[in-house]
Write a protein of this length. Structure first.
Length: 56
């Protein structure tokens, strides 16, 4: 089950810099996870200050 970033995202980019497979990109000021590339490691969730990434 891939991770997904909720609307709580504040656009800081902390999640993207921690992603080991670089599947997180910025779109319209928010960050999104490519579910096909996500390895479900949880690094993004651990780095996010507002707990926006979560397993779907």
């Amino acid at each position: 089950m891939a991770y997904k970033i909720s609307d709580e995202c504040i656009g800081c980019g902390a999640c993207a810099s921690e992603c080991p497979v670089e599947c997180i990109t910025e779109k319209d000021g928010k960050y999104v996870i490519n579910a096909d590339e996500c390895i479900e490691c949880g690094a993004c969730a651990g780095a996010c200050p507002v707990d926006a990434p979560a397993a779907e």
